[in-house]
Design a protein around this ligand. Structure first.
Ligand code: MG
Length: 280
């Protein structure tokens, strides 16, 4: 794979990402895959999907976890429902995460991405310790599969994320850096945060956003096409290069309800990224 190959967030079935045919049409060669629904995660489907990927000359770099019952309707709702935070579903979601990892292994994918949920800020709390234990357990399972865990950024400031990674203390835990999320959640300055967590960044999302006009951390900012928000696309890619990042640049534009617009905006992001890469 070429250095900083362009990628896109994609789905096999009805998911948040674009369909594989769109990826092919745009001439993009790498994807991150939003986890397929449980009934789709069969060895037969893995085989059929792999054949399609081969046919289209596309490589899957990360499989992203996603669970029933997660809601991003508001920041408060996300904090309540996303990832491994809700105690009531934690064990079941961990079990499903192992199954997803096994499906990813069938696809030959060695990285699992995850919004693990809002890490509790009080590191002496029971909730924090339970999160650390859950992620340790999952990392150990992935290790057995020869896989890594890439935590999606957004819900934590860089310093809190670094402290959490240290407390988990596993050598197969890394970061999927999403600069837009830091703006959407009103958490941190994306480029400053990128520099802070640099050694851990193994994958990323090319996504952009504008900060909220309401209360940061309470009201969502607004997701916009890459290059049109406050990430500073050029500085982001330049900084990735400076920190020695060579992984894919995966475009994330989650507007599945508007497929035509989604395809057009991903195409524009692709052109922008290629032109920035050429200028560095
Ligand atoms: Mg993202």
């Amino acid at each position: 794979m070429e250095n900083m190959a362009v990628g896109v967030f994609a789905s096999i079935d009805a998911g948040l990402g674009v369909k594989l045919e769109v990826v092919r049409d745009l001439g993009i060669k790498t994807i991150q895959l939003h986890t397929p629904a449980k009934e789709s995660r069969t060895p037969e489907n893995a085989k059929a999907f792999l054949a399609k990927l081969k046919d289209y000359d596309i490589t899957t770099t990360v499989v992203f976890l996603g669970f029933e019952g997660e809601s991003y309707a508001t920041i408060a709702k996300a904090a309540e429902t996303v990832g491994f935070v809700p105690a009531a579903t934690r064990a079941a979601r961990l079990q499903e995460s192992r199954e997803i990892a096994d499906f990813a292994k069938l696809l030959g994918v060695d990285a699992i991405g995850s919004h693990i949920g809002f890490v509790p800020h009080d590191s002496s709390s029971t909730e924090y310790k339970e999160m650390v234990a859950a992620i340790q357990e999952y990392c150990d399972y992935l290790k057995g599969n020869g896989q890594r865990l890439h935590l999606e950024t957004g819900q934590e400031k860089a310093e809190n994320l670094l402290a959490f990674l240290k407390d988990v203390g596993r050598d197969n835990i890394f970061i999927n850096f999403d600069p837009a999320n830091l703006i959407l959640y009103g958490m941190d300055h994306p480029i400053d945060a990128l520099k802070q967590v640099a050694p851990y960044v193994r994958s990323c999302h090319c996504k952009d956003a504008l900060p909220t006009t309401g209360t940061p951390g309470v009201d969502w900012g607004q997701e916009v096409p890459f290059g049109q928000g406050q990430v500073d696309a050029k500085l982001f890619i330049k900084t990735l290069k400076e920190i020695g990042y060579t992984g894919p640049l995966t475009i994330e534009r989650e507007i599945p309800e508007e497929p035509e617009r989604q395809k057009a905006e991903i195409g524009q992001a692709l052109e922008l990224i290629e032109s920035i890469k050429a200028s560095l």
